[in-house]
Design a binder for this molecule. Structure first.
Ligand code: ATP
Ligand code: MG
Length: 327
C-alpha cells in the first residue's frame, strides 16, 4: 500500500517579477513507515513541495497549478476543498515547521495548546485532552512534564519547544509527518535528540516522515530514501545508499563534493559555483546545465529531462541526467 502518491505536482507563487514555478513536475511515493528525505540548495522548492501537500502557504500568493496528491483513503488532496483539507491537517498528516517559535502560540500555555489540537479533532473533555497532552510530553521525553504543561512557550529552550511542536504533531497519531528542517534552528546535540525522537516514533507507530534538510549527514543517518531537488525539480531519487554512495546526477555529485566530510554532521552545504536557476524564467533543458562541469550542447536544449532508471539492477534509483542515459 502506498500512503502518499504525488504525481506531476506544479506549484506557483505570484510575485512582482512574474510567476515563480517553485515546484515544476515533482512526483514521488511514500510508503507507510518510510522516512523520505528531500535535500537541495536554498530556494530550490523543498518547502514549496511540502507546503503544497497540505496547502499551507502561510498567506503567500501561491497555488497548485497541476498534478495530484493522493493520500491513501482520502483521495486527491490537491483537488480537495479547503474545508475537507482542514480535517486532514493534523489528523492524517501533521506539519512540523523549521522555527518552533512561530509554530507555537505565544499567548497560550503549552498544555492548553496541545489540548486544543486534540479537542479540534476528537470528542474529549478538557480534562481528558490535558491527560493526553501530559502523556504526549512523556512520549517526547520532556522532563517534569506536569510542570511544562503550565509553561509559556517563551519560557522554554529551542529544543524543548521543538519537542512540544512534535508532541502536537503526534497528538492525533497522524500517518504522515512532514518535517521541514525541524532541527536547523537547534544546536547539534539537540538536533540529534530530535531526529532520534522522530525515528523512535516511526518505530513505535509506523508513522511515515518527509524530512527536509540541508544536511546530507542527517539524510545518511535517518532517511530510507532521498530526493535531490534542483530548480523546482527532482534530479535524483533512490534509496539513501544508492543516492549518496553511487550518485549519478552531476548536481548530486557536486553536493556531495561540497561536503567537507560525510562523517561531519551539522555542516551547512558549501555553495556550488554559480547561482541557482531562476524559477520565473528557468533555462531551457536541464536546469543544472549552466553550472554543470559535464554539460554538453544537448543538455541545454528542449524540455528538462525526466527522472529515469538507468540501471536494470537498480530500477528505483532514478536520475534526470541526459548524459547518464546516453552512456
Ligand atoms: N512566500 C513566497 N512568495 C513568493 N515566492 C516564494 C515564496 N516562497 C517561496 N517562493 C518561491 O519559491 C521558491 C522555492 O522556495 P522554497 O521556500 O520552497 O525553497 P526551499 O528549497 O525550501 O529553500 P530553503 O532551503 O531556503 O528553505 C523560491 O525560490 C521562490 O521563488
Ligand atoms: Mg525551505
Amino acid at each position: 500500500m502506498t500512503l502518499l502518491s504525488v504525481q506531476d505536482l506544479v506549484t506557483e507563487f505570484a510575485g512582482p517579477s512574474g510567476t515563480a514555478r517553485a515546484v515544476d513536475g515533482v512526483s514521488f511515493d511514500i510508503q507507510p513507515g518510510e522516512i523520505f528525505g528531500i535535500v537541495g540548495e536554498s530556494g530550490c522548492g523543498k518547502s514549496a513541495t511540502c507546503r503544497s501537500i497540505l496547502r499551507l502557504f502561510g498567506g503567500a500568493d501561491a497555488r497548485i497549478a497541476g498534478g495530484s496528491i493522493r493520500l491513501d483513503g482520502a483521495g486527491d488532496l490537491a483537488a480537495m476543498p479547503e474545508r475537507a483539507l482542514g480535517h486532514i491537517r493534523g489528523r492524517d498528516v501533521a506539519f512540523i515547521f523549521q522555527d518552533p517559535l512561530t509554530a507555537l502560540n505565544p499567548t497560550m500555555r503549552v498544555g492548553r495548546q496541545i489540548a486544543e489540537v486534540i479537542k479540534r479533532h476528537r470528542r474529549v473533555s478538557w480534562r481528558e485532552a490535558r491527560a493526553m497532552a501530559l502523556q504526549l510530553l512523556r512520549d517526547v521525553h520532556v522532563t517534569s512534564p506536569e510542570r511544562r504543561l503550565d509553561a509559556w512557550p517563551h519560557e522554554l529552550s529551542g529544543g524543548l519547544r521543538q519537542r512540544i511542536v512534535i508532541a502536537m504533531a503526534l497528538a492525533l497519531q497522524p500517518r504522515l509527518i512532514i518535517a521541514d528542517e525541524p532541527t536547523t534552528a537547534l544546536d547539534v546535540t539537540v538536533q540529534d535528540q530530535i531526529l532520534r525522537l522522530l525515528m523512535e516514533r516511526r518505530a513505535a507507530s509506523g508513522t511515515a516522515i518527509i524530512l527536509v534538510t540541508h544536511d546530507l549527514g542527517v539524510v545518511s543517518e535517518v532517511c530510507d530514501r532521498v530526493a535531490v531537488m534542483y530548480g523546482g525539480r527532482f534530479v535524483e531519487t533512490g534509496t539513501t545508499a544508492e543516492v549518496l554512495d553511487r550518485p549519478r546526477h552531476p548536481y548530486t555529485r557536486a553536493l556531495l563534493a561540497a561536503l567537507p566530510s560525510r562523517a561531519m554532521r551539522g555542516q551547512p552545504l558549501t555553495p556550488i559555483e554559480g547561482t541557482p536557476p531562476s524559477l520565473t524564467a528557468p533555462p531551457p533543458g536541464c536546469r543544472f546545465a549552466p553550472r554543470c562541469p559535464r554539460a554538453e550542447d544537448v543538455c541545454s536544449a528542449g524540455p528538462p529531462p525526466p527522472l529515469m532508471a538507468h540501471e536494470a539492477a537498480a530500477p528505483r534509483h532514478l536520475d534526470a541526467c541526459l548524459l547518464e542515459g546516453m552512456r
